[in-house]
Ligand binder design. Structure first.
Ligand SMILES: *Cc1c(COP(=O)(O)O)cnc(C)c1O
Length: 455
């Protein structure tokens, strides 16, 4: 008898066939089979907790997971049916506004991540700029936005999608963030705003936000052009308040008008949540807020997306009430201590050197590169480390004009405790020893940039 005849009894039909791939299958399969099929496909993915490349949260407490699982059927945008979810969202916005030292009543919105928050924040900059220009009777034809080469790709994306000239300040060969002297030549009356990064995806350092603020204050006083500053705190917005509370990067600086932060990075929530916070209500262009009543009640929305589950908002609130300020500080300090321990052990082995100023304020991560001469490069080390131990630790080149540097970066998150961090350092040394013995894995080609460094 043909093997197919037994699949019902002893196994699953999908084991004998390729997974449905390019068309909707005519007939389905039992629920257990569908679940198994997906589970078995996913073994080909990496293990999220061994993914040291990502800034995005890969672990939450079981109680938080329960809150998430129990609320996936609740549509966040449906404020009419789920008013308490909306109340909780507003609480989160107020907590963040206060954490970022907003001077008084403010406004903000929950987004799918920092990318949506940045699109919306930058749109508001564009609208506010146009209002100022129209009020002055001047041209509104050529808006530009100023930012450094150290930003995330979303800033260029915004410029292309929404027709704004990007003025990208190249990095210097030996400095991977920007300051006021870099910004000044690019700013003029058509500048809708300047974006500064708090914790770059490349080395985890911050642009000189307070220096850029001072420059913009001076330009306002001397030349009468009021250029707002937006802080991209995708990662840093949940790190600086706890590790560097005295550093002014937020609404304590008068030109800082809006801030984005990813709840799913150091906000410690699973993917699917970000926040945009304005300094005052007046910093949000009113024309961008839409009023409708078709969900049953007059409602205001300021989003690019609409429907999504409410779970991640609730999970963010869970973390806020569960950890509080002290809890977040403890977690950030733990990650920082483990990042330092990892850095020390990696440096002690002698194959690597740190990238960037190690005394500067930084996200809890280790950015490093091969020191001295080797017959292999950082891409080889990344490949060898993955082959030997399954660690996902990316190698990538820096943006212009620092693209001659290939670096590796390890995010030290909540789940990378001291002994795992030490094991990782030893595994790196081991990978180098293997490569010393057998040489690189492939031809050297510095143009091969591993994607995914910005997550
Ligand atoms: C991750 C990141 C983004 C994009 O954020 P998402 O939450 O992934 O949309 C933007 N800017 C910086 C600095 C980032 O680190």
């Amino acid at each position: 008898m043909h093997v197919d005849a037994y699949d019902d009894r002893y196994g699953n039909a999908f084991l004998l066939r390729a997974a449905p791939d390019d068309r909707l299958p005519q007939v389905g399969m039992p629920a257990d089979d569908a679940m198994r099929l997906i589970g078995e496909e996913l073994v080909l993915d990496g293990i999220p907790m061994r993914n040291l490349a990502t800034f995005v949260t890969t672990w939450m407490e079981p109680q938080a997971q329960r809150v998430i699982a129990e609320n996936l059927h609740r549509n966040y945008i449906d404020h009419a049916e789920y008013p308490q979810t909306a109340v909780i969202e507003q609480r989160c916005i107020r907590m963040l506004a206060r954490l970022f030292h907003a001077p008084g009543e403010t406004t903000g919105t929950r987004t799918q991540g920092s990318s949506e928050a940045i699109m919306l924040g930058a749109l508001s900059l564009k609208w506010k700029w146009r209002q100022r220009r129209e009020a002055a009777g001047t041209s509104t034809e050529r808006p530009n936005l100023v930012f450094g080469g150290d930003v995330h790709v979303v800033w260029e994306k915004f410029c292309r999608y929404f027709d704004v000239e990007p003025r990208i300040i190249p990095l210097r060969p030996d400095r991977y963030t920007i300051g006021p002297e870099d910004v000044e030549p690019h700013v003029d009356e058509n500048t809708i705003g300047v974006a500064a990064v708090l914790g770059t995806t490349f080395t985890g350092h911050a642009d000189d936000v307070s220096g850029i603020n001072d420059l913009l204050v001076r330009l306002r006083e001397e030349r009468g052009i009021d250029v707002p500053l937006h802080v991209d705190g995708a990662s840093g917005g949940f790190v600086w308040p706890f590790l560097y509370p005295h550093t002014e990067w937020d609404f304590r600086l008068e030109q800082v008008r809006s801030i984005n932060v990813s709840g799913h990075k150091y906000g410690l929530v699973y993917p699917g949540i970000g926040w945009l916070i304005f300094r005052t209500r007046d910093d949000l262009a009113e024309e961008l807020v839409f009023y409708e009543n078709y969900l049953g009640k007059r409602d205001a929305t300021f989003t690019l997306n609409f429907s999504t589950n409410a779970s991640m908002v609730l999970a963010q609130y869970y973390n806020f009430v569960r950890y509080g300020f002290d809890g977040y500080r403890f977690i950030m300090q733990t990650m920082q201590a483990n990042a330092r321990a990892l850095a020390e052990r990696v440096m002690a082995a002698g194959d690597f050197e740190l990238v960037g100023d190690k005394d500067a304020e930084q996200l809890p991560l280790v950015a490093f590169r091969l020191a001295g001469d080797h017959d292999y490069d950082e891409f080889d080390v990344a490949g060898q480390l993955a082959a030997e131990r399954g660690w996902m630790l990316p190698a990538y080149t820096l943006p212009p004009n620092a693209e001659h540097l290939t670096i590796m970066r390890a995010l030290v998150k909540q789940t990378l405790g001291r002994s795992l961090a030490e094991t990782l350092a030893d595994d790196l040394a081991e990978a180098c020893a293997t490569l010393d013995a057998k040489g690189g894995l492939h031809e050297r080609d510095r143009s091969r940039v591993k994607t995914g460094t910005g997550y």
